[in-house]
Ligand binder design. Structure first.
Ligand code: PHE
Length: 348
């Protein structure tokens, strides 16, 4: 019996080693461990033996069975590993291949400049308000000291949408009138209004029939030109760098008196003269002034009690200067390559 078991074990061992596929191994397993196996026959023959022999041989048969089982298990693992390794070898990834490029969006630079203005003004207690782009002649011109037929209207010729009463606003200043009328002359005003404006301009590198302004209005008591100068200077230092110097040149607007053009020292050359500032050392960034007596009165504020200042910054102008863009059309172009290079905006 003992020899018989040894032969069975030896044969099983040889056949297990020879297996190349899991299916072969399954056959070998059932041949040696299944119901119709020699080992099973031997086990059934135990019942005719003496108690003593049953013990000895039963133990031997079981040991052989266990040995064959562990041989099958380890061969099984070996075959499975081989299959897995083969699969892994076939599926290798070439990490030297260039990765798929992920296109990343960048903030629109004109919007960024507007947001910079908004956050600085908000920190000074200003509200950001909105106004309609399709505007009434009354708000765009008449309440601002530009009655019908006034020659200064020519410089702000625009697109009329309904007769001569409705137009695309030629500046954001009508929001001044709208805000004051809404407050009915009762309370101070402190607002900025960024938004689109339109003019009948021939488009070129510095002109566009549609552009963006950032209007500002402050109405309170005892407000003078020096308050305007102080506010604008603080804003410009915050937005364009603390070394920025401001300059106010006399100018003329119908809705402010006195009126000024606002210049800042060129940050390209720090005032020495370069091609950004056309060798003047200064860059004009908008118009401003003390709110005209008649405008206050026409918009419901008693000019003997209230006074104020207003300004209008050219948003594209500021963005062009800040990012060194030399053509205003860049902002309205749908070609993303033109603005993609500005995405690494340095914080100001
Ligand atoms: N609205 C003027 C313009 O478009 C700018 C401005 C605003 C001037 C406010 C004075 C006060 O040119």
């Amino acid at each position: 019996m003992k020899e018989n078991l040894e032969t069975i074990l030896k044969k099983a061992q040889e056949e297990i080693i020879a297996c190349l596929k899991p299916a072969d191994l399954a056959n070998v397993k059932s041949k040696y461990l299944g119901k119709k196996s020699e080992l099973n026959d031997l086990l059934s023959s135990l019942k005719d033996m003496s108690v003593e022999d049953k013990k000895t041989f039963g133990k031997l048969v079981n040991e052989t069975k266990q040995e064959i089982t562990s041989l099958v298990d380890s061969k099984n693992k070996e075959l499975e590993d081989a299959i897995l390794n083969e699969k892994l070898a076939k599926e290798t990834i070439d990490i030297s291949l260039p990765a798929t490029k992920i296109l990343c969006g960048a903030p629109n630079i004109l919007e960024s400049v507007i947001e910079d203005f908004e956050s600085v003004f908000m920190s000074m207690g200003y509200d950001v308000v909105d106004g309609p782009e399709i505007e009434e002649d009354r708000f765009n011109f008449e309440l601002l000291g530009l009655p019908k037929g006034h020659p200064a209207r020519d410089a702000q010729d625009t697109f009329y949408v309904k007769g001569d009463e409705m137009l695309l606003r030629s500046h954001t200043s009508p929001v001044q009138a709208r805000t004051m009328l809404a407050k009915e002359g009762k309370e101070p005003v402190r607002i900025i209004c960024p938004g689109k404006a339109y003019r009948r301009d021939d488009d070129d590198a510095t002109h566009s029939h549609q552009f963006t302004q950032i209007e500002g209005l402050l109405v309170d008591k005892d407000i003078s030109l020096s308050d305007l100068k102080g506010t604008v200077t603080v804003i410009c230092k915050k937005l364009f760098g603390k070394d920025t110097v401001t300059r106010f040149r006399p100018s003329y607007y119908q809705f402010t008196e006195p009126s000024v053009e606002m210049d800042i020292s060129c940050f390209g050359c720090k005032g020495k003269g370069c091609n950004i500032c056309k060798n003047t050392g200064w860059i004009t960034i908008g118009g401003a002034g003390v709110v005209h007596y008649d405008v206050l009165k026409g918009c419901g504020y008693d000019p003997n009690i209230w006074s104020g200042f207003a300004f209008g910054f050219g948003a594209e102008r500021c963005a062009m200067l800040k990012y060194g863009i030399n053509d205003i059309r860049t902002f309205y172009n749908t070609d993303l390559r033109e603005t993609a290079n500005f995405d690494r905006r340095e914080d100001i």
